[in-house]
Design a protein around this ligand. Structure first.
Ligand SMILES: C[S@@+](CC[C@H](N)C(=O)[O-])C[C@H]1O[C@@H](n2cnc3c(N)ncnc32)[C@H](O)[C@@H]1O
Length: 316
């Protein structure tokens, strides 16, 4: 028990050193870097990144669920009636739980609120940053959203970023909105603020996740979001992602994951609450998810087991 809790807190501390022995000369080694082994692993996967039936198919399939999640968080937390002067223009917000209302009335109120949120969202122009963007599966989808004005995808793997840039060229509409940069998060200027910073399937590959999160938080605009995904460090995660995913079903390349690098969702919550960011950032939501062969990704009932998504908002 004691060992486990030491492990838990250790995952979010900056205690390990980075070996650079097998990093290619043009890959970048920084405090927030993944290890040399991790980077060679991703470099080798670059050419097949956009093969939807290839080694990264699990990320392609995850894209549906994560896009829904990002949209739900950003849209669902838009404040209604902000700056609306005329009462006629206000959307009705009952001063009690909607669950207390008959279903037909509740549904109508929810539809009205949703329509108003869509209207407000359509006028927004959010700046997004995708950290550890890989070949750009998520970055491209974000850039196609009407309410996103620009997306910057950053990664430390040269080959993977080349694959991202090549694929981007297939859709000329992306040329203005989407940019890729071979850069570490800490090398982006701190006054470059983003309304949405995504960090999917990346924290479980880095040496110092707390350092990455701090650098991410420093670049979020007030009211902005950090949306991430990673994996709880538990036996079920080992069974599903390593034993089944890598070795038995071979849906993920062998060697992709290391159990010790997984991070419990509660560790991130504890870290945020104990960090210098505690007054500015709030963990708004965490939701478990699982890959079900022949179906795809599905939300689960617990964020404490297996894979999860998390949404953190900068409140001030
Ligand atoms: C599993 S892939 C996920 C790619 C993408 N986020 C997605 O979900 O489609 C992990 C990516 O993170 C990148 N990565 C790992 N550590 C990184 C770091 N410290 N900074 C930036 N990128 C990193 C890897 O090069 C790789 O492209």
């Amino acid at each position: 028990m004691a060992t486990r809790s030491i492990l838990r807190s250790a995952r979010l501390q900056c205690t390990r050193h980075i070996s650079s022995s097998s990093v290619r000369c043009h890959d970048i080694v920084k405090l927030t870097s993944a290890s040399a082994d991790e980077m060679s692993h991703f470099n080798a996967l670059a050419s097949s990144w956009w093969d939807v039936n290839g080694p990264q198919r699990i990320l392609h399939k995850m894209n549906f669920l994560r896009m829904d999640y990002i949209n739900e968080m950003v849209k669902g937390h838009i404040k209604l009636n902000d700056n609306v002067v005329d009462d006629e223009d206000k959307v009705y917000i009952p001063p009690y739980s909607l669950d207390l209302l008959p279903k037909s009335i509740r549904t109508r109120i929810q539809q009205e609120q949703s329509a108003r949120r869509d209207e407000i969202l359509s006028q927004k122009k959010l700046k997004a940053l995708d950290v550890g963007c890989g070949g750009g599966i998520l970055a491209e989808s974000l850039a196609r959203l009407k309410y996103i004005s620009s997306v910057k995808g950053i990664d430390l793997s040269t080959d993977v970023l080349e694959a991202a840039k090549l694929h981007q060229k297939l859709d000329p509409e992306l040329s203005e909105k989407l940019q890729y940069e071979l850069t570490a998060i800490e090398d982006l200027p701190k006054d470059e603020k983003y309304d949405l910073v995504t960090c999917f399937e990346m924290l479980e590959h880095v040496q110092y996740p707390a350092q990455v999160l701090s650098e991410v938080f420093d670049r979020v605009a007030v009211g902005g979001w950090v949306v991430l995904s990673t994996i709880n460090r538990d036996p079920i995660s080992w069974f599903t992602t390593i034993f089944m995913g890598e070795h038995l079903l071979r849906i993920v390349p062998v060697g992709t994951h290391t159990l010790e690098k997984y991070i419990d969702q509660q560790e991130i919550r504890n870290w945020v609450e104990g960090s210098p960011y505690q007054d500015q950032f709030a963990v708004v939501n965490a939701r478990g998810c699982a890959y079900i062969p022949a179906y795809g990704w599905k939300f689960t009932s617990s964020a404490d087991v297996g894979n999860y998504f998390m949404a953190i908002q900068r409140v001030k």
